[in-house]
Design a protein around this ligand. Structure first.
Ligand code: ADP
Length: 357
């Protein structure tokens, strides 16, 4: 049977990301085009517990594509993680006759999606997080916009750094991944990029700054990923001042939440549209407990448990004993993906360093 689904719910949860609205629009219109009614669930999983749900027609999602944030709002809902919370969520789905859900967010959101699938509500995840820290997907919605926002901000800092011959140490988002830092570091011509994935030698970086200053370089930019730790960037800036006796006047800047906002770029709008469309297609095919992923130039779907285990393994949170319990083919494919991703980061980092003299 092609279509047993009559109503689907859509929600956004966890950290918001530009492009989530384009995904909501794609989900809504793909469903409606297939004769399925759409329920917009407000404030992530909180809306499933409190029954904050509104029906969306095709026009309800007009003129949201260009807006940052999420029109469905987001929330972090700990109650949803409890048995009682889950029961409430399931009852709400029954009450509203929701027989499939598209959950847009990060790995926390996918954990919730896996729980919902287990409770009998078919759920499909769509990766939406500016950090691009979902290992299963090469790309997540919001990443491109956030990177471009960082580049625009740092370009402005560079103008004033050049005038005053300063160094700017800029902390960017990415608690669990240095993708924003690495790519923006390259794009702004940073002299140093501090991320956890590659060993960053602060003393060596400061020596290069001193050398370049002798070579008449006036402004310096260092990009630091948030995941390097609290105050890392600020301390590094102080270290530069001390090591150069303020010959290089260094200032610290944290870009913080401006990185989350703004009108999504073309890439985020297109990725969100394709992924949202695929998520509904999977539910129509009667499939569940999946996450839509980009792999190279393709869109694929992976089992959510597989995706979460892969993520844990990549972040060194899946011990060897647990990894060994997975099927041999899963172990093999996960190892290949992790090695490829690590090699790509290393290669980019090396290029960044070569051109940062
Ligand atoms: P993200 O999806 O961006 O990773 P969070 O980790 O905050 O953001 O997760 C978003 C929401 O997903 C949480 O507030 C919670 O409602 C739900 N969630 C997170 N972890 C779990 C879990 N282990 N089980 C069930 N739901 C979860």
């Amino acid at each position: 049977m092609r279509n047993k689904i009559r109503r689907i719910g859509v929600l956004t949860s966890g950290g918001d990301a530009p492009g989530m609205n384009a995904a909501i629009r794609a989900v809504t219109r793909t469903a409606i085009s297939n004769g399925i009614r759409v329920m917009g669930i407000l404030k992530g999983y909180r809306g499933l517990i409190d029954g904050e749900i509104i029906e969306y027609d095709a026009r309800a999602v007009s003129n949201i594509m260009n807006r940052g944030g999420t029109v469905l709002y987001s929330d972090r809902c700990d109650e949803f993680k409890t048995d009682a919370g889950m029961r409430k969520a399931r009852n709400t789905c029954e009450e509203y006759e929701i027989d499939g859900i598209v959950a847009i967010g990060g790995d926390g959101t996918f954990r919730g999606a896996a729980d919902l699938s287990r409770l009998g509500i078919p759920t499909v995840g769509v990766p939406g997080t500016i950090d691009n820290d979902i290992t299963a997907s090469d790309y997540s919605i919001g990443f491109d916009t956030a990177k471009n926002t960082v580049v625009e901000m740092v370009d402005r800092l560079r103008d004033t750094s050049e005038s005053h011959a300063r160094c700017s140490v800029v902390e960017v988002m990415g608690r669990h991944a240095g993708h924003i830092a690495l790519q923006t570091g390259i794009a702004v011509g940073a002299i140093g990029i501090a991320i956890n994935e590659v060993c960053f030698d602060a003393d060596e970086c400061i020596e290069r700054i001193k050398e370049s200053r002798k070579n008449r370089k006036r402004n310096f930019i260092i990009i630091v990923a948030e995941g390097m730790g609290d105050n890392y960037a600020e301390n590094l800036s102080n270290q530069i001042n001390a090591a150069t006796s303020r010959d290089v006047d260094s200032r610290f800047a944290r870009l913080a939440h401006v990185q989350r906002g703004g009108s999504p770029t073309l890439q985020d709008r297109v990725a969100a549209t394709i992924m949202g469309n695929r998520a509904v297609g999977l539910l129509i095919e009667g499939r569940k407990n999946l996450v839509v992923c980009s792999r190279g130039d393709k869109i694929i779907e992976l089992d959510i448990e597989y995706a979460l285990n892969l993520d844990k393994r990549y972040k060194n949170k899946l011990p060897d004993e647990q990894f060994a319990e997975l099927s041999e083919s899963d172990q093999k494919s996960m190892t290949e993906i992790i090695e490829r991703k690590k090699a790509e980061i290393k290669k980019l980092y090396e290029i960044a360093k070569i051109v940062s003299i």
